[in-house]
Design a protein. Structure first.
Length: 95
């Protein structure tokens, strides 16, 4: 089972994306806070980190760099909501 960490700014959107991914068979963790995301990436092996579209571009770039520093093999992508998240993950895992 592939493990995914979701980082966003809106809990309701995170909940929808989490439900969608769990139905697709992914193991999902989530947080609203970037520093918690980095701590989780440091202490756990995630296959991918999805950063919500509500995260500013500056925060997204910093978070991506921080995650890749502690887990270089982790795939990092932007998520645009529950409708597109499964497609985004499939593309990430193909690359």
């Amino acid at each position: 089972m592939q493990r995914v960490l979701i980082v966003g700014r809106q809990q309701t959107m995170i909940d929808k994306v989490t439900s969608t991914l769990e139905l697709e068979g992914y193991s999902v963790s989530s947080t609203l806070l970037d520093d918690v995301a980095v701590d989780l990436a440091t202490s756990s092996d995630f296959d991918a980190v999805l950063i919500g579209s509500g995260v500013s571009e500056l925060d997204r770039l910093k978070l991506k760099g921080d995650v890749l520093r502690v887990q270089p093999s982790t795939k990092v992508a932007q998520a645009h909501g529950p409708e597109s998240v499964v497609t985004a993950l499939r593309q990430v895992f193909r690359s």
